[in-house]
Design a protein around this ligand. Structure first.
Ligand code: NDP
Ligand code: HSE
Length: 428
């Protein structure tokens, strides 16, 4: 093992508690022989055998007695170099590292194929939900049309606690960190970066295309205020951290990560806390929902160890690399255009902070109309009068995103506008 933090410790606990179950399914036991960490002197849970700890990760990937290298240390550069060395040495690799697979998956998979070894990464997307297996194996006969998901547990946990318990952002984030859901650098969670990595992996598996994270329009939940949740509720919505991938009418891919208003009665609205969900639509299958724990030690460890069991089964059957890592054969991988976010059409939630002067609403509505954005509903909150700042919330009809943004740029320059307008997409 490379790393023994939240997930690594969970793997050791699961291997201990489920040893009999696993051996009954596999016929052989799984032995952990070496564990690389950064600081071997750090206090650890009793399930971690101190005698196996080393601060020499390279020694682990080079060791003759290691069949499978399990990477749960995180980060891209060091982990990437170690896994390239492991594959070069003919070791099978299991990783939970979405940043690494999204950024360097191409070269790692190419090397694994060249060496005829397995490279598995079920835990990299949606923790304990077996979404990679579903896309790679269960849907091997179908074509994915669209998928919409909540794939960052930390963001969902933060928004859920802000909404249900009125917690502040910082306090909710602290809770996610204490529960072991957040990345070592939680900016990755709240900025949408982690979900972006996961969506790149999902889109690659769903369509057999190379998707770079920088092709995905990404916004985090850090722009969402408790007041937006309150207004969303008044209109019958909740705010969720979404990842969306779908084929457009022209055949491009629409790939986006952003918070969005979803209807209170919808399936994604009911996914709360650190739960994740992927709601996908197969051309033949139709709609299908997968949901479950998206982060945390044991659910993630479960996915990692199931990958190890798969590798061991392949070893016993002498059938390594039987299933292509990205669901399609590498020679069949394609490049597909990604739709510019400006071309996206949806309804929008808009929150304006305005000095309550006569005619201000007409000026806002006028600019929106000039850019072909039409208003569906509106509320104003605040006492008004004496040029006080009040909140005006509008829901728009379907609008083109570029038009909406151009309109807001102009509106935010109007003198009665007190602070930049907040715009959140409404996903149907
Ligand atoms: P932690 O920060 O809890 O653990 C990281 C571990 O890696 C620690 O044991 C640390 O050592 C070790 N480590 C870090 N750098 C090095 C290095 N250069 N050499 C040797 N060891 C090193 O992270 P998590 O367990 O939460 O996450 C691990 C991976 O799993 C990440 O890629 C994450 O994205 C992914 N993941 C995490 C989930 C979760 O719910 N936490 C869910 C799904 C995926 P030391 O203990 O000495 O500090
Ligand atoms: N930090 C990640 C999350 C861990 O919160 O979803 C699971 O990938």
């Amino acid at each position: 093992m490379l790393g023994c933090g939240v997930v690594g410790t969970g793997i050791l606990e699961l291997l201990k508690k489920n040893a009999q179950t696993i051996e009954a399914r596999l016929g052989v036991p799984i032995d952990v022989t070496r564990i690389a960490v950064k600081d071997a002197s750090r206090a650890r849970e009793s399930v971690v055998p101190g005698s196996l700890l080393t601060t020499d990760p390279r020694g682990v990937v080079d060791a003759e007695d290691v069949d499978v290298v399990v990477e749960v240390m995180g980060g891209v550069d060091a982990a990437g170099e170690l896994l390239m060395a492991a594959l070069e040495n003919g070791k099978h690799v299991v990783t939970a590292n979405k940043a690494l697979i999204a950024e360097r998956g191409d070269s790692l998979i190419a090397l694994a194929e060249e060496r005829g070894v397995d490279l598995y990464f079920e835990a990299a997307v949606a923790g304990g939900i077996p979404i990679i297996r579903v896309l790679r194996e269960a849907l091997a006969s179908d074509r994915v049309v669209a998928l919409r998901g909540i794939v960052n547990g930390t963001s969902n946990y933060i928004l859920s606690r802000m909404y249900r318990e009125g917690l502040g952002f910082a306090e909710a984030l602290k809770g996610a960190q204490e529960a072991g859901y957040a990345e070592a650098d939680p900016t990755l969670d709240v900025s949408g970066g982690d979900a972006c990595h996961k969506l790149a992996i999902l889109a690659t598996l769903a369509w057999g295309v190379r998707v770079r994270p920088d092709q995905i329009a990404t916004e985090g939940i850090d722009q969402i205020d408790a007041v937006d949740m309150m207004f969303a509720e008044r209109f019958g919505y909740v705010i969720k951290p979404l990842a969306v991938a779908r084929e457009t009418e022209s055949g491009d891919l629409d790939l986006r990560v952003h918070p969005a208003l979803v209807e209170k009665g919808s399936v994604l609205a009911s996914i709360t806390g650190a739960l994740n969900a992927v709601y996908l639509e197969g051309a033949m299958l139709g709609p299908c929902l997968l949901s479950g724990p998206g982060a945390g030690a044991l659910p993630t460890a479960m996915s990692v160890v199931s990958d190890i069991v798969d590798v061991a089964r392949n070893t016993i059957a002498k059938a390594h690399a039987r299933v292509p890592s990205r669901s399609v054969l590498s020679a069949q991988m394609r490049v597909r255009d990604v739709q510019d976010i400006g071309a996206n059409r949806c309804r929008f939630y808009l929150r304006f902070s305005v000095h309550d002067q006569p005619g201000v609403l007409a000026r806002i509505a006028g600019v929106l109309g000039a850019f072909d954005v039409s208003i569906e509903q509106m509320v104003q909150e605040g006492r008004g009068g004496d040029d006080e700042v009040v909140t005006v919330v509008m829901l728009t009809h379907d609008a083109r995103e570029k038009d909406l943004k151009d309109a807001l740029r102009e509106i935010d320059r109007l003198s009665p506008i007190a602070s930049p307008t907040v715009a959140v997409r409404i996903e149907s």
